[in-house]
Design a protein around this ligand. Structure first.
Ligand SMILES: [Zn+2]
Length: 172
């Protein structure tokens, strides 16, 4: 069993480069912190694993933002295979992948599973100064912000300000 569901792991990985006080940051930039992060996600916590995870993160972020085609993910899934076994009356599939690549592959497969089961629900926050992503599980599928409390209110305030300014300008 994975310690965290695949979707949660994927979202946590995508959102590990937040903008803090206007500056892009990286939760995985510090080696010690990164090792802890990988281990808590069920990984090995090693440097080679981190390099694979960082490459997968960069590629996935670019694909979800529409900046790159999904083909940029190809190097990270090259050579991966899945073998079936019968257990408990069901067919189960085991991923055959070197241990240091498993987390990176898991993130990419989680993205692919979402893209087919919930197309369009994983997307960038509509605040273009925010680098976070959201996974909209609501029926309406109309969420635009990573967080209503943070980006939602900020963007509303900005729109209100723009409207007020335009209103003031058109009076003259
Ligand atoms: Zn946001």
């Amino acid at each position: 069993m994975e310690p965290v569901p695949d979707d949660d792991f994927l979202l946590a990985l995508l959102n590990s480069t937040p903008v803090v006080r206007g500056l892009p940051t990286d939760d995985l930039a510090d080696a010690g912190q990164a090792r802890t992060w990988l281990a808590s996600a069920g990984g090995l916590g090693t440097e080679p694993e981190l390099q694979h995870v960082l490459r997968a993160r960069q590629a996935l972020q670019a694909v979800i933002r529409g900046e790159e085609p999904p083909e940029v993910l190809a190097p990270e899934i090259r050579g991966v295979s899945s073998v079936p076994a019968v257990a408990g009356g069901r067919i189960s599939w085991t991923l055959i992948v070197p241990a240091e690549r498993r987390l990176a592959v898991r993130a990419i497969l989680a993205w692919d599973a979402l893209a087919s089961t919930s197309p369009g629900r994983l997307r960038p926050c509509a605040n273009n100064q925010c680098r976070l992503f959201l996974l909209d599980r609501s029926k309406a599928n109309a969420a635009r912000w990573c967080s209503m409390a943070v980006c939602g209110n900020r963007m509303k305030a900005r729109r209100h300000y723009e409207r007020a300014r335009q209103g003031a300008a058109s009076e003259h």
